[in-house]
Design a protein. Structure first.
Ligand SMILES: [Fe+2]
Length: 250
C-alpha cells in the first residue's frame, strides 16, 4: 500500500489512487514525529493479497447489533457514559456521490476527559467505567451511518512540547473485503487546537477541511443530544483523506 508517487492500491471497492497530493498527507511530515520513523526509505513492494484479505469481514457484519452504535451504553454495565451527549451521522459516498449501503463503519474515541481505555494510555485523566469508546454500525440503504456517543476530550501527546490532540473520533470503513479497509479521523468544528495539530496539518487544504464535521441543528435532539453531520467520500477528487491503518492510538 502506498501514498507515494502515483502508487495505486487496487481493492474490491475500486481503485484508490493514494498518490493524490491534493487529498492525502505525505508519508513523511516532519512535524508529526512518528511519521519520521514510519515513512519508508526504500521502494515499496507489492504484496499479493491472500484469500482471507480478499474476503470478509462477513462475520463482523453479521454480528452487528443496533446497541453497538450507542457508545453511551454499550459498555454493558447498565450505566451511562459521562459527558456531553452527541449524535454523529452522515453518508458514506463513492466518487460519484452515490451512497454506499450496508458497509461496516467502526469508530473509537477517548472519553469525555480525553482518556482511552487502552493499555498504552497512562496520562492522569479518569477512566469512565461506563464507556468503552468503541462502536460500530452498518450504513442503511441510503448509505447513512449514525452513532450516539459523548464528545471526546482533548488529550496530551508527546509529539512536541505541550502537544494536545484536538477532540476527534477515529473511523474505520470496510468495503466488501478486509483489504479495502480505510481509516480516518473526524474533528469537531471551532476547535482552537486544529491549527496546532500536525496530524491535521499534514493533510493539505482543502481536503483537510473535509475532516471537520458540521454542527447540524436538524440532527440535534431537544433535551437530549447535540447533532453533527459528517459525510465520508471513499475516493475521487472529493475523497475524505485517509491514513495508514498501522498508526498508533492517537
Ligand atoms: Fe485519537
Amino acid at each position: 500500500m502506498s501514498w507515494k508517487g502515483t502508487a495505486v492500491e487496487s481493492t474490491t471497492i475500486g481503485t484508490i489512487i493514494r498518490g493524490d497530493r491534493e487529498v492525502f498527507p505525505p508519508y513523511l511530515y516532519a512535524a508529526y514525529r512518528a511519521s519520521n520513523r514510519r515513512s519508508p526509505n526504500l521502494p515499496l513492494i507489492e504484496v499479493p493479497l491472500t484469500l482471507s484479505e480478499l474476503t470478509g469481514p462477513g462475520p463482523a457484519i453479521s454480528e452487528v447489533t443496533p446497541e453497538d452504535a450507542d457508545l453511551t451504553r454499550n459498555a454493558g454495565t447498565g450505566g451511562e457514559a459521562i459527558g456531553q451527549r452527541i449524535i454523529v451521522t452522515g453518508r458514506v459516498l463513492d466518487e460519484h456521490g452515490r451512497p454506499v449501503p450496508n458497509t461496516l463503519v467502526e469508530i473509537w474515541q477517548a472519553n469525555a476527559a480525553g482518556r482511552y481505555l487502552h493499555r498504552n494510555d497512562h496520562w492522569p485523566a479518569p477512566l469512565d467505567p461506563n464507556f468503552l469508546g468503541i462502536g460500530r454500525c452498518l450504513t442503511d440503504e441510503h448509505g447513512v451511518y449514525r452513532f450516539l456517543s459523548i464528545r471526546p476530550g482533548a488529550y496530551p501527546w508527546r509529539n512536541h512540547p505541550n502537544a494536545w490532540r484536538p477532540s476527534h473520533i477515529h473511523f474505520s470503513l470496510f468495503g466488501p473485503s478486509l483489504a479495502s479497509r480505510l481509516i480516518t479521523q473526524m474533528y469537531f468544528p471551532d476547535d482552537p487546537l486544529h491549527a496546532l495539530d500536525p496530524i491535521m496539518n499534514a493533510v493539505p487544504e482543502p481536503a483537510r477541511s473535509r475532516l471537520i464535521a458540521t454542527y447540524a441543528h436538524d440532527v440535534t435532539e431537544p433535551e437530549w443530544a447535540l447533532g453533527y453531520r459528517w459525510d465520508i467520500v471513499l475516493r475521487g477528487p472529493q475523497a475524505t483523506p485517509f491514513e495508514e491503518p498501522e498508526g498508533e492510538v492517537r
